[in-house]
Design a protein around this ligand. Structure first.
Ligand code: BEZ
Ligand code: FE
Length: 286
């Protein structure tokens, strides 16, 4: 293993994987080395470009702490998160589709009863969201856990605001005996993903914007079923065709039906215009 050249270096590195490692580890490392070397060969990376790449990854690491994960953001904005998701959640077409998890889910969100208001007092356009959780053959799933979270109208999640009085616009609900769920929230807004770090620089250099179309996050789980991590997007949002993290699927774009002030479907009297959303989630067997 001496006098290695441009043409035999890859094989030399691959031959180092001959030891008794885990089979999957070997498969992953073999492919990684192949693709990494092929990339360097294809673009004939200069030394300055290679160093710039190392600096970029170093800065990405420095931006990470327990509140911010710049590497996941990089994966999201390069479409890798959605590719990993697609490969790992191949479902029948009748099932609700997954989309990107994102960094703003919080463990321990407050629990609510069906029909409750999850806004924690954040003002906005009242929105009543309701529907069923069913199996793909249409059977209602009782006691499914539904976690919801969404951005505030100032385009920040509660966890991005050190002054936030506590958890806002997030909660945990359970479907009733007929698989029904319902909650009051406010109409979500589009927002920019954090773009003050290396990922933001990469987007700018690529001529891309950092916006996500308005959405409500859902994570739905029930014993014996595959957990669904998804969003409901707002029909008509200007960013539906250019989501910075490639998460939009037609089946998840819903009509936020506008109503004048008056009586809502749950009988509540609302003294200003409001919206209603109806969506049924369909889960596959685990
Ligand atoms: C989100 O929707 O919360 C999100 C997803 C990916 C990256 C940043 C934010
Ligand atoms: Fe989000």
């Amino acid at each position: 293993m001496r006098n290695l050249t441009e043409s035999n270096l890859t094989d030399a590195v691959l031959s180092k994987l001959a030891g008794p490692q885990d089979v999957r580890f070997k498969q992953i490392m073999t492919s990684l080395i192949h693709h990494l070397h092929a990339f360097v060969r294809e673009v004939e990376v200069t030394e300055e470009e290679w160093l710039e790449g190392i600096r970029f990854l170093t800065r990405t690491g420095h931006f990470c702490d327990d509140q911010r994960q710049e590497f996941i953001l990089l994966s999201d904005t390069l479409g890798v998160s959605m590719l990993v998701d697609a490969i790992n959640h191949r479902r029948p077409s009748a099932a609700t589709e997954n989309t990107v998890f994102g960094p703003f889910h919080v463990i321990g969100a407050p629990e609510f009863g069906n029909g409750d208001d999850i806004t924690a007092g954040v003002p906005g356009e009242p929105t009543y969201v309701r529907g069923h959780v069913r199996s793909i053959d249409g059977r209602p799933i009782a006691d499914a856990i539904i976690e919801v979270w969404q951005v505030r109208p100032d385009r920040l999640y509660d966890v991005q605001d050190p002054e936030a009085p506590g958890m806002q616009l997030r909660g945990k609900l359970k479907t009733d005996g007929e698989g029904r769920y319902a909650f009051w929230t406010i109409k979500p807004v589009s927002y920019s993903i954090p773009d003050d770090g290396p990922v933001g620089d990469m987007l700018k250099a690529s001529g891309r914007h950092p916006w996500r179309p308005a959405h409500i996050h859902f994570m739905i789980s029930a014993p014996g079923y595959e957990t669904v991590v998804t969003h409901l997007f707002v029909e008509g949002d200007p960013y539906l065709n250019s989501d910075a993290v490639f998460g939009v699927k037609d089946s998840l774009v819903v009509d936020f039906q506008a109503h004048e002030s008056g009586r809502a479907p749950d009988g509540k009297s609302v003294d200003k215009p409001f919206y209603t959303v109806h969506y049924d989630f369909r889960l596959t067997r685990a």
